[in-house]
Design a protein around this ligand. Structure first.
Ligand SMILES: [Cu+2]
Length: 449
């Protein structure tokens, strides 16, 4: 969404402004009456803006921040409109600094903003007071430790809108197929770039199927004929691999080995009969894997028994896809926000059951690199399947090591009342660097019957 702002100059109508992204230099500090906090950082929707320090301005009783990187992080761009003598926040211009210390009022959508938003130009960088700027940007600000955080209301709304998708993945609700005349179940997976929020107010630049990460669950019966159209709206080629299933070689989704990569703007139809045993599988991109899988291009694929074959054996059936996002770390390095069904604690979906009920959890590790040691407090569980293949191993346990690409189905009877943790025991997967609990943690709430 592009919003247009204008900043007009009172004192320097002829001046051209450089709205730079480089760090604020402190040479004008004395004349501006500002002090630089040596440790303050700036984050927009959870993403740290490198090289930017908010500056405390005593006269405004507010931090001031550079306009351009804040606007850019919210999807807006900044430029200089010479004709109007105004800054228009929708195009990147190539302006030149001529005045280093003017105070500028701001026009938003052509209307004068409250005086308290007055921007200062410091070393060619247009700075604005944080709180009124946030208000004008439809955002909130908060100090979290040493970080000044901007969180846009649009991002918060997006988080709420994602809840349905998370709940469906967690509850194993599959994408609704179109049923062709011959009974074939037809699905469409559209790969595209989309924001996704592992935490409320923390936005990942995700690569998604159908706008969500994880992608929608595909849930079919053994013996079904499926036709899955992959539409590639990504900026680069992609493919889909049906991980763990026996499919015709040409449908296996490996670029340049079983099929040409599906180019940006193109589509490809995967057509196969579901032959693998009923159980828990996954699908994922198999192109530019660290980027594409690491950014969200994966989903659960659940095969149920054929019609008439077996009633559900458990009172509850949940799915957790274990992965993570790189919010402030480079793609390909260790993730810094681990997720269950695309959400980091405390936003992970909880298991809520009654005492005595039986619970099946389908655990899918689609992390690019990390092993997870999932540990249940208060009760033991049993592995009932691995990689979709049933197991009748009676061994009880409370911790299960799950490597990337593995799926395990576990089951237990919820016989202990209370709120119990279910979490990874690689402990850096369960906390943020500041010590708060986050990542691969969910709660199992066992209520009295
Ligand atoms: Cu882990």
């Amino acid at each position: 969404m592009l919003r247009i702002w204008k900043i007009t100059s009172i004192l320097a109508a002829a001046a051209c402004l450089l709205l730079g992204t480089s760090a604020y230099a402190d040479s004008d500090e004395a004349s501006m009456g500002m002090g630089v906090s040596p440790v303050m950082q700036l984050a927009v929707n959870g993403k740290l803006i490198a090289g930017i320090q908010p500056v405390w301005d005593a006269s405004m009783a507010d931090e001031i921040v550079p306009l351009r990187p804040v606007a850019a992080a919210m999807g807006m761009t900044v430029g200089w409109d010479r004709k109007d003598g105004a800054v228009v926040i929708d195009t990147f211009g190539a302006p030149v600094i001529t005045d280093r210390s003017v105070k500028l009022p701001v026009l938003i959508g052509g209307k004068q903003a409250p005086a308290d938003i007055n921007a200062a130009v410091v070393n060619g960088i247009a700075m604005a007071a944080a709180k009124p700027l946030a208000k004008a940007l439809d955002a909130d600000t908060a100090m979290n430790g040493n970080t000044l955080q901007f969180t846009s209301h649009a991002a918060l709304k997006e988080f709420d809108a994602e809840n349905r998708a998370v709940d469906d993945v967690f509850n194993g609700v599959g994408l609704t197929p179109h049923i062709a005349a011959d009974g074939t179940k037809e699905f469409t997976l559209t790969a595209g770039l989309h924001a996704w929020e592992p935490e409320k107010g923390v936005e990942a630049a995700a690569w998604t199927f159908n706008g969500q990460a994880p992608g929608p669950t595909i849930r079919v019966k053994q013996g079904d004929h499926v036709r899955i159209t992959l539409v590639n709206n990504l900026p680069e080629p992609t493919t889909v691999h049906w991980h763990g299933q026996t499919v015709p070689n040409a449908m296996d989704g490996v670029p340049d080995i079983t099929q040409p990569p599906v180019e940006s703007g193109q589509s490809f139809v995967y057509d196969f009969t579901v032959r693998s045993s009923p159980g828990t599988y996954m699908y994922h991109s198999h192109y530019d894997d660290m980027m594409q899988v690491g950014s969200g291009l994966y989903g659960a694929f659940i095969i149920d028994p054929k019609d008439g074959a077996g009633a559900p054996e458990y009172d509850h059936d949940y799915t957790y896809l274990l992965s993570g996002f790189s919010i402030n770390s480079p793609i390909g390095s260790e993730e810094d926000d681990y997720t269950m069904d695309g959400r980091s604690y405390p936003y992970t979906p909880d298991i809520v059951v009654k005492q005595g009920e039986t619970v099946r959890i389908r655990l899918i590790n689609i992390d690019t690199m990390e092993i997870h040691a999932m540990h249940l407090h208060g009760m033991n569980f049993r592995v009932i399947a691995k990689d979709g293949q049933p197991s009748d191993d009676k061994q009880e346990m409370n911790t299960l090591l799950i490597g990337p690409g593995e799926t395990y189905d576990i089951a237990f009877t919820a016989d202990q009342i209370g709120t119990w943790m279910f979490h990874c025991h690689m402990l850096d997967h369960t906390m943020h660097p500041d010590g708060t609990m986050a990542g691969l943690v969910s709660l199992v709430k066992v209520l009295p019957d």
